[in-house]
Design a protein around this ligand. Structure first.
Ligand SMILES: NC(=O)c1ccc[n+]([C@@H]2O[C@H](COP(=O)([O-])OP(=O)(O)OC[C@H]3O[C@@H](n4cnc5c(N)ncnc54)[C@H](O)[C@@H]3O)[C@@H](O)[C@H]2O)c1
Ligand SMILES: O=C(O)C(=O)C[C@]1(C(=O)O)C=C[C@@H](O)C=C1
Length: 311
């Protein structure tokens, strides 16, 4: 079931390499051409069989491709789009996998020539690892893949991309890019910032307590360290480009944190108990819905901000 004959992967890290494995495994394309900036990554991609061919430039890689996947950090998307634009085949589809959507659209869309489809996307799946060796075929299985097609996008091109994502095991949902950025600020971006901060706090303490932080690391903190080991370039770009929504959610987070801090100081056990009971119910609800690994609750996130995106 080859949905696209030739797929060009621009950037050969965790997401692109997982796509290569998944597309190959399911026979979703005939040929995979790849490009990465470094010669070392290109050599690795060939050595482990990620791509049929690798090219030194992105422009070369997209020549004749039916589907082009931009799988580089969000801040690098615009420059890549400018470079590949003159080389895109009429009728081809360009998508991306960036964690932020509005900024990618602003950076990429102006470069896409008439007759080429641009359908932004974001798989809600990942790990703290990066690079061409970190990918695996099942990464997207039972996870969401959000598409944010612009108004008037070609339905056939959207359907083909949707089928590709589904062929890799993902559940596809379409949504507006601004809504995407708000939802992800709640479910992914702010949680990452909190993890980075907590590990930073522990790092400062480590200087006081020597190796105790490492030695007595409990499960909760270990989970934070996994998240905080994620790629610094990728996450720098996420916060720089999803600034407004992240600051909105961070403001709400800070208010709630202060309320909990106050309850602790005042010995207000009822407040703490009620709060923790509510959060436990949310976790249980997610598990009962069978979505413990995959799904943010899009409806609830919108409601929490009055559905306006501004709160
Ligand atoms: N890691 C995750 O959990 C995850 C999940 C979903 C989406 N994403 C998004 O997918 C994209 C790729 O992330 P990844 O985890 O595969 O990253 P990665 O670090 O594993 O790979 C990134 C690739 O982009 C290349 N690259 C970096 N800067 C570049 C530049 N300036 N110009 C050209 N190429 C450049 C790197 O050489 C590498 O090949 C990002 O936009 C990220 O936001 C990541
Ligand atoms: O599991 C992880 O390591 C992730 O952080 C993956 C995760 C997420 O927050 O869920 C991170 C960023 C992406 O854009 C999508 C998925």
């Amino acid at each position: 079931m080859a949905l696209h004959d030739r797929v060009a992967l621009i950037g050969l890290g965790l997401i692109a390499s997982s796509m290569a494995h998944a597309m190959r495994g399911a026979g979703l394309c005939r040929e995979i051409v790849g490009h990465a900036r470094s010669a070392e990554t290109r050599a690795t991609a060939l050595e482990i069989g990620l791509c049929d061919r690798v090219c030194e430039t992105a422009a070369e890689a997209v020549e004749g491709a039916d589907l082009i996947v931009l799988a580089v950090p969000v801040g690098a998307m615009g420059a890549i789009a400018a470079e590949i634009a003159p080389h895109l085949k009429p009728g081809a589809t360009v998508t991306d996998v960036g964690s932020v959507k509005q900024a990618v659209i602003t950076a990429v869309a102006p470069h896409i020539p008439e007759g080429v489809h641009f359908i932004p996307g974001h798989p809600l799946a990942g790990t703290e690892h990066s690079g061409p060796r970190s990918g695996f075929a099942t990464l997207f299985r039972n996870r969401w893949w959000l598409l944010t097609p612009p108004e008037g996008a070609d339905p056939a091109a959207v359907a083909r991309l949707r089928a590709l994502c589904e062929g890799m095991g993902a559940n596809v949902e379409e949504m507006d890019a601004a809504h995407h950025d708000l939802v992800l600020a709640v479910t992914s971006h702010t949680p990452h910032l909190i993890a980075y901060t907590m590990v930073g706090v522990a790092d400062h303490l480590r200087r006081v307590t020597q190796s105790e932080i490492i030695r007595y690391s409990a499960a909760g903190f270990r989970d934070f360290t996994r998240i905080a080991a994620s790629d610094p370039t990728m996450w720098r770009d996420v916060f720089l480009t999803n600034k407004e929504a992240t600051l909105d959610i961070l403001g709400r987070f800070t208010e709630e944190l202060f309320a909990l801090q106050r309850a602790i100081r005042l010995g207000d056990g009822d407040h703490l108990f009620e709060y923790f009971t509510r959060t436990r119910a949310i976790r249980r609800g997610i598990i009962e819905a069978g979505q413990d690994t995959a799904a943010p609750d899009f409806g609830r996130a919108a409601e929490a901000t009055n559905g306006t995106g501004k709160g």
